[in-house]
Each structure stands twice: as C-alpha cells, then as structure tokens.
Design a protein around this ligand. Structure first.
Ligand code: SF4
Length: 349
C-alpha cells in the first residue's frame, strides 16, 4: 500500500434517525436525514476538517467513522478493508476520538493517572510500567511536570488542561487516526490556539490521520490540509484548505466565509440573516441550500446538483458550475463548467 493510501475511509455514508411524530393512533415514525451519501478519506500525517453549521451532520459522520454508530448505507474501510461488525478492540485502538466536552469525557471520580491507565490496561499496553508511560503521555501534551498533573482530579484542572488529558488518553493506545469533534469549542479563546497547535504537532510527529470537526472555518484553514463543507447532511464542497478559503466555489461556503470574524470588518453579516438551516425531517427538494441561496434557480428546486470538479482536488455541488444548456440533463453525463470557474479550471490545466 502506498504511503498516500487512506488509512480510514467512509464511502457513501447515509444515516437516518427515526423520531415519532403525532400522537395516539396517528403517531408515526419519520426519518431524520442526518447524513446523506457522504464520502471521506483520511491519510496519515494529514488533517481533514469538516465544517458546517450545527445540525449539518458533521458529528454523525465522525461517530460513524469511529464505529460508535452504524450507517444505514455505505461502508467504513480501514486500510481498504471493511471493518468487521461489533467495533473490534483493535479498531477501537487504531481509531480514537476526542470529544467536545473534556469534563464529560473523563471519569470525574478518578485522578488523571487512573484515566490514563485504563486504556493501557484494556489494550494490554502497560507492560508493568504504566507510571513511566503516563508521565511520558502528560509530557507529550505539554502538561509539565507530569507528577503535578497525574494525581489531580479532572475538576482541579482548567478546561484546556482537561482537553490535553483527553488527548493524552486517546494517544495512550498509539492510534493511527484521531477524530477530534469540536475539541476547542468549549475552551476559552485564549487557550484554543494551544490545543490546535498540539493537534498540529501530533499530526506531524505521530504521523496521525486527523479528522477535525468544527463550525469555525477560520480554525479549519489554520489547522487542516483539506476542508470538507457540509450542509444539511450533505457534502457541498471539498478542496485543499487554502484553495477553498481563497476561491470558495459553492454559495454556502461563500456565506460561511463572509460570516467569519475578520479584523478588517467591523461587523460581519450573521448566517442567520439568510435564514436557518432546513429541518432534516423534510429536507428541501433539489439543492437543500436553495431556500437560503441568493443564486437559486428553478432547476435548484427540482434537481439535486451534481458534484463538479473545478480544479485539482476541488469539487463543488452546485448548478452554477454546469453549462445552462446542460442543467436538466447533466445528472446522466459530465457537466460542462461555466464562467469564472471554467476560466480557473483552464488556467490550472
Ligand atoms: Fe444555490 Fe442552486 Fe447552487 Fe444550490 S445549486 S447552491 S441553490 S445556485
């Protein structure tokens, strides 16, 4: 297998959650379309960021990849092979997750030492020398001197220190993939950068494949090699991070970027100014973004847009990239590029 072969892949993942609607004899179960036909691949030494508003389906994809929940459709592959059912222990060791709330993810009645020792015991990695391993883990996440932190309870630590302990616990089992679900969103702004820099260092030094889930496109650009933008359970744009933020092609990505804080702009427009994301109980027909899109056309309401390759590694799902003459037929063929996007693709060739 080549060094650039993905370690972990999700192919055509879909997930529906069933909820009850109505009362009494009229009650029925209806599906929430949480994730619809999403594919992603994670490579060693690379950070992939999933960006989107709350409810876009980012965390559901992360949980499917961590095998915490099963997809209704699609496959998860580790080193190109489907993962056996039942979340095998070897899979859990190789694919670790760091959660948004570091306090909720650590056992509050045990000291840091115990929290770090448990995974070593479960995966038989302690070799009778767990104290030295725990000290090395704490030093690895810049909690120094380790002895000062190992015997503390989680509530005695700051939010940033707790998240570092949670990362150390994930690293304890020497994973190959780290899935970080909004790892800094509950931390003070002043300590977020330190945790992001720690993840960036680990990616390089441990050659980890990292999936970084966030609603903050600025931090995704800072940390990630590739950004995947999700909207209402679907993938709408994928590109290398600088390409995506310098040349966003999808109207939703443009909206996300326009709402990101910018020191040169007194008050960025708020995403809510263009309405709220749709209910996933009954997603809009065609392009799910059409009720909020300033460029929506008739075809957008009728047909889901195709994914169009705009440049090397840059794909966007939008009818604007399809030649007008082909808009109603492109589902069955290769759509033509239009306008500035076609010019850009030509320049890249
Ligand atoms: Fe807007 Fe249509 Fe593109 Fe959807 S497909 S983002 S509605 S222009």
């Amino acid at each position: 297998m080549s060094s650039t072969a993905p370690i972990l892949e999700g192919r055509n993942l879909s997930k529906y959650f069933w909820v009850r609607q109505g009362r009494g004899p009229f009650a029925r179960k209806v599906p929430v379309h949480a994730v619809d036909n999403v594919s992603v691949s994670l490579e060693a030494g690379k950070v992939t960021a999933f960006v989107g508003e709350s409810g876009a389906g980012k965390t559901t994809v992360a949980r499917i990849l961590a095998e915490i929940i099963k997809p209704d459709k699609g496959t998860v592959l580790l080193d190109g092979k489907p993962v056996p059912p039942g979340r095998p222990r070897s899979y859990a060791r190789q694919v670790q997750m760091v959660f948004q709330d570091p306090f909720g993810s650590l056992n509050p009645v045990h000291r840091v030492r115990h929290n770090l020792k448990r995974p070593l015991e479960i995966h038989h990695l302690a070799d009778g020398n767990s104290d030295a391993v725990i000290d090395a883990l704490l030093a690895r996440v810049a909690l120094r001197p380790p002895a000062h932190f190992a015997d503390r309870f989680p509530h005695e630590l700051s939010g940033g220190q707790r998240q570092r302990v949670a990362i150390a616990r994930a690293l304890a089992v020497r994973p190959r993939v780290l899935i970080a679900d909004e790892p800094v969103s509950m931390l003070d702004v002043s300590i977020r950068l330190g945790v992001l820099n720690l993840i960036a260092d680990l990616r390089k030094e441990e050659n980890l494949a990292v999936l970084y889930i966030t609603h903050d496109i600025a931090s995704a650009r800072y940390l990630a090699d590739t950004i995947v933008v999700m909207y209402a359970g679907q993938l709408v744009e994928v590109a290398p991070s600088t390409e995506l933020t310098d040349n966003p092609a999808h109207p939703y990505t443009q909206l996300l970027l326009s709402a990101a804080p910018d020191p040169e702009r007194a008050q960025p427009p708020h995403l809510k100014d263009r309405g709220a994301p749709p209910s996933l109980l009954a997603p809009p027909s065609g392009c799910r973004f059409h009720p909020r899109c300033p460029f929506a056309m008739d075809v957008c309401k009728r047909q889901a847009p195709p994914s169009v390759a705009i440049a090397e590694g840059h794909v966007s799902a939008c009818w604007l990239h399809v030649d007008p003459a082909q808009r109603d037929t492109s589902q069955n063929g290769v759509p033509a590029l239009t306008g500035a996007i076609a010019d850009k693709a030509e320049e890249k060739r």
